[in-house]
Ligand binder design. Sequence first.
Ligand code: SF4
Ligand code: SF4
Length: 188
Amino acid sequence: MNLRSFSQDLMALYQEMGEEFANTQKRSGLACPTGCGYCCKTPTVEATVMEMIPMALALLEQDMAEEIYERIQREKPETCIMYQDHGGKLGQCTQYATRPSLCRLFGVAGYYTKTHTKELSICKELKAHYPDFQSIDINALNPAMMSDWSTRLISIHPEMLQERLPISLALSNALEKVMLYSRLDASN
Ligand code: SF4
Ligand code: SF4
């Protein structure tokens, strides 16, 4: 597989996906508090190795791939290694442009229940910040739906959403792949 062309296709989809979920959140009126990055601090953020290829390639281009790879082996972080903690709930993503799919739907996203009705998944911080969140009319909001985006991601590669790992481990595996790819590329 040509990792660079795969990454370009995935980035085009990520861009569209990020805009659609950001639009949903904007229309909902539930804006994230300034500087908040709390969702990135939880150890439950997961991604697949395929989803992390664009970030791994970006780190390779920034000449940071080996450094980040070694930090992950040494520190074995439970949370995302790319998060810059500003204290408390404040912080930011240092590789925001290439963040994986889950990171694009942290705030407000639609999902289907078992009975196929639409519900809203809203981050706990937003719920605490906007106690009247329950008054949102989901039909009027017409939110971006997670499952629609899962289908589109799988259309790029059948293994795209298989084997979710803690995000730093997924990044470490993706870095291994791109560093090997780059060495092979250089020797041809
Ligand atoms: S990739 Fe960025 S947005 Fe996603 S968890 Fe890590 S720091 Fe947060
Ligand atoms: S989604 Fe929630 S935790 Fe994440 S930045 Fe917004 S308010 Fe903060």
